[in-house]
Design a protein around this ligand. Structure first.
Ligand SMILES: C[S@@+](CC[C@H](N)C(=O)[O-])C[C@H]1O[C@@H](n2cnc3c(N)ncnc32)[C@H](O)[C@@H]1O
Ligand SMILES: [Zn+2]
Length: 157
């Protein structure tokens, strides 16, 4: 899917350009553009890549998703197959600079949506500042990264 969208028009299959978005809009219409974008989104393509390939902004992408689904669902893809429940070779942070090459994709975590934070962060904070069974409160729950980490680390609430 990725290379197909990147290299040729998903409608007429024979167009190659940096301006795929305007090609689809001009040759095949606005609806075809929305459908191509949704297809790319459903295949799991990250938002920045969709923006780059189709020449649209995050705002335009969100509008296309909202128009199609009624709400802005950030990750339109098949349910994730969980391969492991905890990060491999995890070591608690010991300094004030925390930096992660990978966002972390254990359990249900998925870094594709730009709005969530790396689960390494709540994992460290929970381990440092709470005991099993404590209540962990994250007002800005978003996609639930903190809640999932709290549960994985022995919390019930
Ligand atoms: C950047 S997201 C947090 C993402 C979260 N850490 C995660 O990993 O999914 C910020 C969240 O805070 C919520 N939010 C923003 N302002 C708020 C407020 N004043 N009161 C409660 N929730 C708020 C938003 O709806 C959004 O879900
Ligand atoms: Zn075309």
């Amino acid at each position: 899917m990725r290379s197909m969208v990147k290299n040729s028009c998903p409608v007429c299959h024979n167009y190659q350009s940096n301006y795929l978005g305007s090609h689809i809009r001009n040759e095949h219409g606005e609806k075809a553009l929305s459908q191509s974008v949704l297809k790319a989104k459903e295949s799991g393509m990250p938002d920045p890549e969709i923006g780059e390939i189709f020449g649209i902004t995050f705002r335009q992408l969100e509008k296309i998703i909202t128009d199609a689904y009624g709400v802005n669902i950030s990750v339109l893809k098949r349910p994730k197959k969980i391969k492991y429940w905890a990060p491999k070779n995890f070591r608690e942070e010991t300094t004030t600079v925390w930096s992660y090459k990978q966002r972390g994709d254990w359990a249900t975590h998925d870094g594709r949506y730009r709005g969530n934070w790396s689960p390494y962060i709540p994992r460290n904070v929970i381990l440092k500042y709470s005991n099993p069974g404590d209540i962990v409160l994250d007002y800005f729950v978003g996609g639930g990264t903190t809640a999932v980490e709290a549960k994985l680390l022995g919390g019930g609430k």
